[in-house]
Design a protein around this ligand. Structure first.
Ligand code: AMP
Length: 298
């Protein structure tokens, strides 16, 4: 399994794959791979003839006082896991390779997308994300790129950038992969103490509560949020940063939690920031319709 650190090398290996008729898939990550990342790599390997996994802890998406220095890193382990999951190469450039003269030119997504939810507490974060993702797209030139819906706002920002800047790549958004008890997998979960790990389960519990409410026909965003706050406020040591119900493409607040509403949570447990979300499917909407007796003859 080849680990590439240079932009030129990455570009030529990717070009070679394309020239030989292979579809090129890219899975951008910050490394310390877990099942969430591996699900993206497997999906890419199932659909593309050549899969590049980037491992780059991108400094420009970290704010002051955030965990850039302490972010977990283990390239050797990542390489083995990526290979097992079906990757062809790992692209692991150094910071100097990606930003030889600092980060002079950047991509700003519209403030409507970036000034809410995570962007409110992490100013500049999505500019860092959009910029590094565009750089990766320009280096690898993938036909498809795979992202996790766990970072739903990131998905919205990337999709919007691709649309607005006519980047020729198809964005694939994959479901959230969770631990057995429901906690969304994250490289940052390693920061949690055993006690914090147990407290963190409340985030998923709150989302399950939201799901239950929606399925039983309670579609008012305020009511659903209140039900979720009840659970999260009971979790000692957990501080809610936000609960939002938004459109997954525009991040605009919705007054209802019906079909295609994104119900998103951010919370802190100890020093660890956790995010998670669920997307209300049209099936759930149909279930709630049925239970409320709307649009059917039950
Ligand atoms: P990261 O390394 O945290 O920047 O994540 C790299 C990619 O993996 C992003 O597209 C994330 O959304 C995705 N990802 C991270 N955690 C999960 C998860 N639990 N389930 C699905 N995708 C995930």
């Amino acid at each position: 399994m080849r680990v590439i650190t240079g932009i030129k090398d990455m570009r030529s290996v990717s070009k070679e794959a394309r020239m030989s008729g292979k579809t090129v898939g890219l899975v951008p990550t910050m490394g310390f791979l877990h099942e969430g990342h591996l699900s993206l790599i497997r999906a890419a390997a199932g659909e593309c003839g050549f899969v590049a996994v980037s491992v780059f802890v991108n400094p420009t998406q970290f704010g002051e006082g955030e965990d850039l220095e302490s972010y977990p890193r283990d390239l050797e382990r990542d390489t083995g896991l990526a290979e097992e999951a079906g990757a062809d190469v790992v692209f692991a450039p150094g910071v100097e390779e990606m930003y030889p003269d600092g980060a002079g030119t950047v991509v700003h997504a519209p403030p409507g997308l970036t000034g809410v939810l995570c962007g409110r507490s992490r100013p500049g974060h999505f500019t860092g994300v959009a910029t590094v993702v565009l750089k990766l797209f320009n280096i690898v030139a993938p036909d498809r790129a795979y992202f996790g819906r766990k970072d739903a706002q990131q998905c919205a920002v990337v999709k919007r950038m691709v649309r607005d800047l006519d980047v020729p790549v198809e964005i694939k958004v994959m479901p959230v992969v969770r631990e057995k008890d429901g906690l969304a997998m994250s490289s940052r979960n390693t920061y949690l103490s055993p006690e914090g790990r147990s407290t963190a389960r409340a985030v998923h519990k709150a989302l399950r509560k939201a799901e239950e409410m929606v399925c039983s026909g309670i579609l008012s965003a305020d009511e659903v949020k209140a039900g979720m706050y009840k659970i999260l406020n009971k979790a000692e040591g957990l501080e809610v940063e936000y609960i939002e119900i938004v459109d997954p493409e525009t991040m605009e607040a919705r007054s209802d939690a019906g079909a295609n509403a994104l119900i998103a949570v951010a919370a802190r447990v100890g020093g660890t920031r956790l995010i998670d979300n669920i997307l209300v499917s049209s099936e759930q909407w149909m279930v709630s319709d049925r239970r409320r007796g709307v649009g059917n003859d039950e």
